[in-house]
Write a protein that binds this ligand. Sequence first.
Ligand SMILES: Cc1ncc(COP(=O)(O)O)c(C=O)c1O
Length: 371
Amino acid sequence: MPPSRYNGGMAQPYNRIFNFSAGPGVLPVEVLEQARDEMMNYGGSGASVAELSHRSKTYEGIIQGAEADIRTLASIPDNYKVLFLQGGASLQFSMLAMNFLGQGQTADYIVTGAWGEKAVEAAQLVGNVNVTWNGKSTNFDRLPDSLGDHSGATYTHFTTNETIQGVEFQSDPDLGNSTICDMSSDIFSRPLDVSKYAMIYAGAQKNMGPAGACLVILRDDMLDRIPNGLGPMLDYRIHAKNGSMYNTPPAYTVYMIGLVIKHLLKNGGLQGAFERNAAKAKLIYDAIDGSGGFYKGHAQRDCRSLMNITFTLPSDELTDTFVKEAKAEGMIELKGHRSVGGCRASTYNSMPHEGCVALSQFMAQFAARNG
Ligand SMILES: Cc1ncc(COP(=O)(O)O)c(C=O)c1O
């Protein structure tokens, strides 16, 4: 792959491309290098992390270190459990309802996109769901004007960042004491106030590491609400009691998460991540807004995502040409989800700034040629 002309002709390390995938997403080069260096013999153990017993002292150090660093990074209060589970965020859609939506109770769901819809579908199989707001009629291009009253709900669920539509809550909303949030596509992209949540969950594969683990941050008192009789793998109490090691954990992914979190801590923590993400996203939104209407942003301006930037072009034909030409310039995975059409640039924490410079320059040049 030749270096992109849109980045001053600078080659990326290892000839890497700019990967705008919505997930699994790009990882920091330094993290990949460290994983490579430790692949054959982790810390003098004589084995790869992928080969270590999860009951070994060495692995205990890895998983406990990852948890400790996550606690530091997000200032997680002591009365929260930090769990590494499997089954992705998708299993959480069902599991959280099985644990917290009892008979005779109602859970409120604010649906701002396709993932929120999936969370509702899974919870409806378990109990009574009240969709208090649904943005479907405008193809999920906005957030609710008002958050509503959720005092009657056993919990209130929402999605901070809708990965497909590119609609993001700009700060932690006040939804009451039992707020449960799917943060899969923007966790650790900006400072957050964990104490506003009863539970946060997020698949690892966008901002934290490779696929294979789902991070769950759960307030202790929620454990008291769980009914008896759930299968052990579906009961948060079992995972909490066993430090995420009731069964074999997603061991290598947790190790990689640990490396990514350390990298974030070294680079200004969540505030540093936010500043970098805001600057990167601005480059692309400016290219949209400065195109004289050639590109149209899907999300309303007040809820534009810093992580998934969605926009359309004048025709499907031009969209296909855009995606093809961008690929030839070293920028991949820019095709949008079919429900929105157009393009989507995912600019997760580890997308280099230069990638967004390259894309914004390419966008301006493409619009000038085709507008
Ligand atoms: C916001 C959101 N929630 C949930 C999911 C599903 O995650 P998983 O594939 O880990 O089950 C995704 C995946 O892209 C997502 O973006």
